[in-house]
Write a new protein. Structure first.
Ligand code: NDP
Ligand code: 2IT
Length: 450
């Protein structure tokens, strides 16, 4: 692979050697380095201070055994991770993912992207991520509790309210955060804001549950308004996934006047031409922890199709991928473009393949990259940290207003950064550059330890 810059080529080659086979991590690094070409050219101090080679190497990577006992009395062993990627602008901050596909590469790609996303929020949070290959599906509440306790027994040695503050991600919601918080407190005898996404009765923030999906729609709304004088009103929207991000994106997109016609899970997708009935989805997913196909038994006129990729063949104006990485490939991008999509914004982390992004950009589809578009979740986590520090809680309206303001600013900062470096309208480059600039400055000010 050749970057125009010799410096970036050298750094990327070394990253490939050092992280062999870690495809997701290499994909995420490559995208950022490509965006930074004009920046390293115009700012020689970046190379002089070794900023990029420091940025791509995590400050700390922790891997540990998570033993637990299942309901039949059998010992199970999972693998736990936490990457503390960069603390230049604040304590490490980022979610925990529980999914069988979790491995070093996935955790490192998520942790790396988190650095820039967190910087874009304008709040003082560094980049981190963690999780385990534990699969919560089909496990009893007690099994999930015992797993979370064992996971936290080790993780507690490495985190803290001023050090590293984990939160939710795939497979981790209020239930898991509660079990982990309980265990941290038991071990430390300290009631602190060591996790975000907590329940409202013990230090959680109003609007954190809704924040990622709402923030995604605030960002998308601003993007389509400023770039094409459009809005959600009267638009057909397709959203993949049916978890936390997808549910609250559906709610806000509908409130803003859009009609959401499809949702999915890893088995298949539902299509409801009348617009998704979110109360039914919430009952199935949040209360019963069921599968999305159950929707068609409860809502007339809706259909279910096996296989999740087909969701991108549904005609829509706005597509919001909110499930997982690389779920939207070149072929799916072609289908969306052919059907006249005007905007794509990423609720999930890295859901579009590099090929898909290229196609959207070439076709003039407005494209909001994950680091910018889904930053509302972690931004509101940082607002939860503020509330915990001052031992006060803000109203829903206060938090929601701050969230909206943050998302609007992220759009403009990304847009302006792209324009400044001659890539007007390229929000991938703009978000990477705007996120990078602040972290690079902070790293320079703080020096290198010999
Ligand atoms: P949830 O666990 O609540 O939901 C995940 C959804 O994605 C489920 O519908 C799940 O389906 C689907 N999914 C997961 N893995 C796959 C897969 N391999 N193939 C197809 N579908 C899959 O997670 P969230 O909604 O919190 O997270 C969704 C995305 O948003 C992730 O990429 C996450 O990193 C990102 N994100 C989350 C934030 C948050 O605050 N929660 C903040 C920013 C980004 P199934 O039930 O079949 O597994
Ligand atoms: O990917 C993400 O930004 C998250 N999962 C949210 C992290 C957080 O700390 O709230």
């Amino acid at each position: 692979m050749a970057f125009k810059s010799e410096y970036l080529t050298k750094v990327y080659d070394k990253v490939c050697q050092r992280n062999k086979g870690e495809e997701e991590f290499l994909q995420a690094v490559r995208e950022v380095l490509e965006s930074l070409e004009p920046v390293v050219e115009q700012r020689p101090e970046i190379e002089k201070n070794g900023i990029i080679e420091r940025l791509v190497e995590p400050e700390r990577f922790i891997q540990f055994r998570v033993p637990w006992v299942d309901d039949n009395g059998n010992v199970q062993v999972n693998r736990g991770f936490r990457v503390q990627f960069n603390s230049a602008i604040g304590p490490y901050k980022g979610g925990l993912r529980l999914h069988p596909t979790v491995c070093a590469s996935v955790i490192k790609f998520l942790g790396f992207e988190q650095i820039f996303k967190n910087s874009l929020t304008g709040l003082p949070i560094g980049g981190g991520k963690g999780g385990s290959d534990f699969d919560p599906k089909g496990k009893s509440d007690n099994e999930v509790m015992r797993f979370c306790q064992s996971f936290m027994t080790e993780l507690s040695k490495h985190i803290g309210a001023d050090t590293d503050v984990p939160a939710g991600d795939i497979g981790v919601g209020a239930r898991e955060i509660g079990y982990m918080f309980g265990q941290y407190k038991r071990l430390r005898n300290e009631f602190t804001g060591v996790l975000t996404g907590k329940g409202l009765s013990y230090g959680g923030s109003l609007a954190r549950t809704e924040a990622t999906g709402y923030g995604l729609c605030y960002f998308t709304d601003e993007m389509i308004k400023c770039m094409k004088n459009e809005s959600f009103k009267g638009k057909t929207v397709v959203i993949s996934g049916s978890g936390n991000v997808a549910i609250y994106a559906t709610q806000k997109a509908t409130e803003l006047g859009g009609k959401v016609v499809a949702l999915s899970d890893s088995n298949g997708y539902i299509y409801d031409p009348n617009g998704i009935n979110l109360d039914v989805v919430k009952q199935i997913k949040e209360v019963e922890r069921g599968r999305i196909k159950e929707y068609v038994d409860r809502v007339q006129g809706a259909t279910y199709t096996e296989g999740c990729k087909g969701i991108w063949t549904i005609k829509c104006d706005i597509a919001l991928p909110c499930a997982t990485q690389n779920e939207l490939d070149g072929e799916s991008a072609d289908a969306l473009i052919k059907n006249g999509v005007i905007a794509v914004a990423e609720g999930a982390n890295m859901p579009s393949t590099p090929e898909a992004i290229e196609k959207f950009q070439a076709a003039g589809v407005m494209f909001g990259p994950a680091k910018a578009a889904n930053a509302g979740g972690v931004a509101t986590s940082a607002l939860e940290m503020s509330q915990n520090s001052e031992r006060l809680s803000w109203t829903f309206e206060e938090v929601d207003a701050k969230l909206k303001n943050i998302m609007v600013n992220i759009f403009h900062n990304s847009y302006n950064a792209a324009e400044k470096y001659g890539m007007k309208g390229n929000l991938v480059a703009g978000a990477n550059i705007a996120g990078f600039d602040k972290v690079a400055d902070a790293m320079m000010w703080q020096g290198v330890a010999y």
